[in-house]
Design a protein around this ligand. Structure first.
Ligand code: HH2
Length: 392
């Protein structure tokens, strides 16, 4: 059974209104959190579960819409919490109340940090991840960082512009790209990782689908594995991440970069991506990867048409509700060209705007080429959200 949040959000306005009227801050925040509007899609359900849910929802003052094998329950978080609590009078089957309870715990506890192999990265402020592609053929920065000196200069410039993490990749994953062999990917990535770690002291992640590349990069000082296949491509990858205590980005994709475009078919993109990422997270955690090491990423541009990417940005709440920090990587991608009509080298303003939208919808990490533009735009978004929470 999967449960998906169709809406959610930080009820900062309510908390601040209550605090302004004399409630102490903690009490105001707790009341406001309980008043947050939430809509949950629950499926699959059998007939008995559906009938029980309709009855309990009505008794709790919640809206409930049902169809063949599914239900949407909507109301405040506090009332939904009541549904999930076991009580003598509740007629909800244990499987359903238990699943709702587990889901609501994640929904209420947004993580404040990301555990990597070497530190806990704070996420109160937006975390900007600078892209360092050491490839000849990446779609926007291919060929720019082919020598060690050029790669290091790129990393230093991103650090000066406010990057928190440098993401080093040796394979282009643009649709239809040709793959380097493993020896070539190792040759590209490992010396750059070592040098960037030594020279910048920033957290370094390695963008790879290969376990041997991840392992060598972790040994060279990387602390995060960013795997666009969500640990599905290489069966040793999960163990390499676990054994290295690495932070991990689980990104959503269908198929692989060669086949993904044909698989961009969704009935309801946000709930499907959220459910597939939740399953990916469950496999990783069951295999021993620490929960607080996991970041989720909707995989903008991977098996998604422009409209899918835009809908996902708007409905990121379905992902943040899974209880992990969310990363987005809109940088210079095709869907931004489709919206603005700009060629790839003129999409940094659109990228910064997409980052701000994602921040307002709950994302905390932003993978970008132009670190300075994103950092500045996100500083405004962080300040607006901070002021709202502080009750100014
Ligand atoms: N996008 C790309 C590569 N890696 N990793 C995450 N977590 N999220 C993303 O959206 C993402 C990613 C593709 O962009 P880029 O690295 O700029 O291009 P290329 O794959 O051509 O090197």
């Amino acid at each position: 059974m999967t449960v998906t949040a169709l809406a959610g959000g930080v009820p900062a306005a309510l908390a601040s209104a209550l605090a302004a009227r004399g409630l102490d801050a903690a009490h105001a925040e707790a009341l406001a959190a309980g008043g947050a509007p939430v809509a949950l899609l629950v499926e699959p359900l059998d007939d008995a579960e559906t009938i029980a849910l309709v009855g309990e929802a009505a008794r709790s003052g919640l809206d409930c819409h049902t169809g063949e094998g599914w239900a949407v329950v909507a109301g405040t978080l506090a009332r939904l919490g009541g549904l999930a609590r076991p009580s003598a009078s509740s007629r909800l089957p244990e499987r359903l109340s238990g699943e709702l309870g587990r889901f609501l715990v994640d929904l209420q506890e947004p993580p404040r940090g990301w555990r990597t192999a070497r530190r806990v990265l704070p996420l109160e402020r937006s975390c900007v991840v600078g892209i360092l592609n050491v490839t000849p053929d990446s779609f926007s920065d291919g060929g720019r960082h082919l020598t060690l000196a050029a790669a290091l200069a790129g990393a230093r410039a991103m650090q000066a512009a406010g990057a928190d993490v440098i993401d080093v990749g040796g394979e282009s994953t643009r649709p239809g790209a040709e793959r380097p062999d493993e020896a070539e990917e190792l040759r590209r990535v490992v010396p750059v990782v070592r040098a960037v770690v030594e020279e910048t002291g920033l957290a370094v992640s390695v963008d790879t689908r290969r376990s041997r590349v991840a392992e060598a990069a972790l040994a060279a000082g990387a602390e995060i594995v960013n795997d666009v296949s969500g640990l599905a491509h290489d069966e040793r990858m999960t163990e390499v991440v676990r054994a290295g205590g690495a932070g991990v980005v689980l990104m959503h994709m269908r198929g692989d970069p060669q086949t993904m475009d044909a698989r961009a078919q969704y009935r309801d993109v946000a709930s499907e991506v959220a459910a597939e990422l939740a399953a990916c997270r469950d496999r990783a955690v069951a295999a021993g990867i620490a929960r607080d090491a996991v970041v989720l990423d909707p995989g903008l541009g991977f098996a998604k048409h422009p409209a899918h990417n835009l809908a996902l940005l708007d409905r990121l709440g379905s992902l943040t509700a899974l209880g992990h920090p969310v990363m987005v990587g809109p940088s210079r991608k095709r869907f931004l060209g489709a919206v603005t009509g700009r060629p790839v080298e003129q999409r940094d303003a659109a990228t910064a705007a997409a980052c701000v939208v994602a921040r307002l919808r709950g994302a905390r990490l932003f993978r970008v080429h132009d670190v300075g533009a994103a950092r500045e735009a996100l500083a405004v978004a962080d300040a607006v959200l901070g002021a709202s929470v502080a009750g100014a």
